[in-house]
Design a protein around this ligand. Structure first.
Ligand code: SAH
Length: 492
């Protein structure tokens, strides 16, 4: 992040603007709207100032800005469109320690002006850190269409009841839940629809009811959420909503930072992952921990790579919850097989190649594979092996010994759907050697079957990941239902 995003209180404070043209008028107007006092230094003021000229907080000086005149300003804007004049202001501001902003000159900006969406008192500021003001404006335009003007009224409504609610509900978690109930439920709908009287009655009733309920802690719940194979754009809307609602998150190694960053900043994060064979936390302890946290009244997010019910031990975790009568929700995720196959350009089924697809785990008990070989060796099907990387040499040897064709196509996808995704393809006879040479680190998925040969034709259309590279998490924000984006096929 190149800039610190802050909202600066200029009410009653002096701000200097140099210039009498359109840009200067816009900056002046913004400062006036925020309650600042502005002195505009310009030989004369252009027509854009006509509208704001009568504003109480505005004065005009036709003399050039001097050190004395600038003293006491909290901010200085150079917008004269004359380099020497703006430069002079910048030098003076430097000497006096006043943060300056010289229009269209990023190297002479101590601060930049975001694009804003104004639903006073709700204000959304958007910045591209100066790299593309147009992109910031496009995002603003999209937000304009999904944040109705009435949200300002909603924010004022909340503001009016804040003190009362704080008095009735002492615990921060209770207050947060109360406001979520208001803002995501019928009361907000009433305010947005202009039915303020009815909304007032409803919120009064809710405050009374919550005050009583608050004496006993509200019961917590658990969200078992599939986070997909890595690319945050593959999360579901429901996953995102619950991720942002949780008070505490239990996550493991398969969860990408981009996804973890979507968790509320004040939520507690607990790593319960497994590193190789060194189990950080045994499964029973994870289940017990979830039960304990939920009993404390917390909303517990259990983030799982891929889908919680596919080799994710999700079933075991909720068994414990059910036994203890803890309310829970399970959110399916895109499993590694779907994610990896799509991003590698390998359809799992295909009319000419495979009419069935089997998911198995290659994680052998005590280093021994325990698989139903008769089923795996059937023709016209695709076999997907989870957790098969370390056993790949044994797996391919067994396939061959049990009669598989040495030319049976195989692909291994490492870090599927992430920026770091790599795919190696070959045959059941040579795949283990190729993967060893490529030094895959995992997570890796093994795909066996003639669908693998389609990759050469289809890989060009495989979607691009939005995960992992630094700064790339930005696209994740487009997960907001507002901005559903589909990846353009890569054509070159
Ligand atoms: N519940 C998860 C699977 C957990 S088992 C799901 O539905 O995807 C862990 C195994 O999943 C890994 O050993 C690997 O085989 C596979 N896997 C998970 N994420 C992957 C990824 N991004 N790329 C390749 N394989 C992945």
């Amino acid at each position: 992040m190149d800039h610190l995003p802050i909202f600066f209180d200029v009410r009653g404070k002096y701000v200097a603007v140099v210039g009498g043209g359109t840009i200067a008028a816009r900056k002046t107007e913004m400062v006036l709207r925020a309650g600042g006092r502005v002195t505009v230094f310009a030989p004369e003021l252009g027509p854009d100032f006509l509208e704001i000229l009568r504003h109480d907080g505005l004065s005009h000086s036709s003399a050039p800005v001097s050190r004395e005149a600038l003293a006491g300003a909290v901010l200085a804007y150079g917008a004269s469109e004359d380099a020497a004049t703006d430069n002079h202001l910048f030098e003076l501001a430097r000497e006096l320690g006043i943060p300056a902003n010289i229009a269209d000159t990023p190297e002479k900006c101590d601060f930049i002006m975001p694009a804003i969406l104004d639903r006073d008192p709700l204000v959304v500021a958007i910045s591209s850190s100066g790299s593309s003001p147009i992109l910031a404006r496009i995002i603003k335009a999209r937000l304009e269409s999904v944040i109705p003007a009435a949200y300002g009224r909603l924010a004022r409504f909340v503001g009016r009841h804040r003190e009362k609610v704080s008095a009735a509900l002492k615990r921060g978690t209770d207050r947060r839940r109360f406001w979520e109930r208001v803002l995501e439920g019928p009361i907000a709908d009433l305010v947005l629809a202009g039915a303020d009287d009815q909304a007032e009655d409803e919120i009064a009733a809710l405050i009374a009811a919550s005050g009583k309920a608050a004496e006993a802690p509200m019961p917590g719940e658990v969200y078992l959420v599939g986070a997909g194979p890595g690319d945050p754009d593959l999360l579901t809307f429901k996953a995102l909503r619950l991720i942002q609602r949780a008070d505490v998150v239990l996550y493991d190694r398969l969860i990408d930072d981009c996804i973890l960053n979507l968790v509320r900043r004040d939520a507690e994060r607990i790593y319960v992952g497994k590193m190789n064979r060194d189990h950080t936390m045994p499964q029973e302890d994870i289940s017990k921990l979830m039960v304990r946290l939920a009993k404390e009244g917390r909303r517990v997010l259990r983030l799982k790579g891929g889908d919680p019910f596919i080799f994710g031990r999700g079933g075991e975790e909720i068994e414990e919850l059910a036994k203890e009568s803890i309310p829970f929700q399970v959110v399916p995720g895109i499993t590694a097989a779907s994610g990896c196959s799509a991003y590698a350009g390998i359809p799992l089924t295909h009319r000419d190649h495979a009419q069935a697809c089997i998911f198995v785990t290659g994680h052998g008990k005590n280093g021994k594979l325990d698989l139903d070989w008769k089923t795996l060796l059937q023709p016209h099907q695709t076999v997907v092996i989870y957790m098969g990387l370390s056993m790949l040499p044994e797996l391919s040897r067994e396939f061959l010994e049990r009669g598989a064709d040495a030319g049976l196509p195989v692909a291994v996808v490492d870090h599927g759907t992430r920026r770091t995704q790599r795919v190696v393809s070959g045959t059941i006879a040579d795949i283990a050697g190729k993967v060893a040479a490529a030094e895959f680190t995992g997570p890796s998925l093994v795909i066996i079957g003639s669908v693998v040969t389609l990759r050469d034709r289809l890989k060009w259309y495989a979607p691009e990941s939005s995960a992992s590279d630094e700064g790339d998490c930005l696209r994740t924000l487009s997960l907001d239902p507002i901005e559903i984006q589909t990846s353009e096929p890569e054509t070159a």
